[in-house]
Design a protein around this ligand. Sequence first.
Ligand code: EPZ
Length: 416
Amino acid sequence: MDSYQITGGKKLQGEITLSGAKNAVLPILAATIITGKESKLDNCPNLSDVKNMTTILRQIGCKVKKENGSIIIDSKDIHTLEIPEKLMREMRSSVFLMGPMIARFGKAILSYPGGCEIGLRPIDIHLSALQQLGVKIKEDHGYLECTAEKLVGNRIALDFPSVGATENTMMAAACAEGETIIVNAAKEPEIIDLQNYLNNIGAQVKGAGTSEIVINGRNSFHDVTHSVISDRIECGTFLAAAAMTGGEILIRNSIPKHMIMTVSKLRETGCKIDEGKDWIYLKAPEKLNSIEIIKTQPYPGFPTDMQSQMLSVLTIAKGTSLIVETIFENRFKQVNNLKSMGAKIVVDGRSAVVTGVESLEGATVSAKDLRGGAALVIAGLGANGTTIVENVCHIDRGYDDFDETLRKLGADIFRV
Ligand code: EPZ
């Protein structure tokens, strides 16, 4: 397992251009199954999660090829409707394949996607929504066999605005007879990108970005070229890294309206932030201010995927900050590692109280999940001395050449 070796204390300075969004491209890759035609996806990020998803698509019969930054999928000859357990275990986002497979073939067999470090991550809301479209679900030895004679549109109220359940339901409903209304839908920007892809292949979807999405089923689709939106969490992660090191950064190809809550909280720490149509500029203060409270919520609230990164930044802010994680039950996994670097953090259930210290000291720490791993890198960038972050494979899932991009900004970081 590779590690990062970081020598902290260098102010990050310079500019980067964002990649395509991991959490947009994964459901869209799954949705290409619906068409039986060719989809060309531009601005795809080069991530291990994307590689895993394209591996699954190939295994079930799709032709997949990569052309510098684009992925071309021809989903005409799908011959398997079973997702191998090993691949399900490796990446829970394989659950996105359920909706499209059922939409086109009326069948999908997959093993229960495992939980992960940040929580149990059940799929009860996905399954309940699919059942309301007419899907029969049989559970047998940890495998789910989903079948549907016919998918019929329905009004479906989600117990929680689950991003994945909203996306799975949109994709299944794209081929259901009649109208489906999803109530209490998630409103994340990645859901709008999926709606745009679905409409571009000939589906009829509207309302993404609001809590009510209306889908009218269709049964024929066509080739498409679709460009994936840029990654708002990658954007926030680099803004946080610049804040942590007292640096300044210009981020191109960003979408400021996706960053409102993250920018607002970084401004509270004293960062000066300017924005243009497709760029964000941050200049950090000499000393960061603490933040009274950061509470993660479904979009447009503060994103849970930025919580770990902000927690690292607040470890060296003046004063005490409160972080409340309302989305996942176990998203403070990197706190003990941060405490070994000298951070003062008390975790009680879903809340963490962070008391700012003068500075962190380098240590050997290990990543346990994607965003917690990125947060440990941010801590190392701001710490005195050398930090070793182990198990960087977790970070590869969501950041393309993370160390190379940081080196370009002046960080002393190497993959070992
Ligand atoms: C998506 O996960 C993202 N992943 C996550 O990003 C992100 O943290 C999450 O949305 C919330 O924004 C992708 O898009 C690939 P949810 P998802 O369904 O769809 C509970 C990252 O770091 N829930 O909105 O799995 C669930 O346990 C990753 O990029 C149920 O109880 O998130 C969680 O507590 C991490 N039953 C909450 O809802 C269900 O059927 C939010 O989950 C589904 C979800």
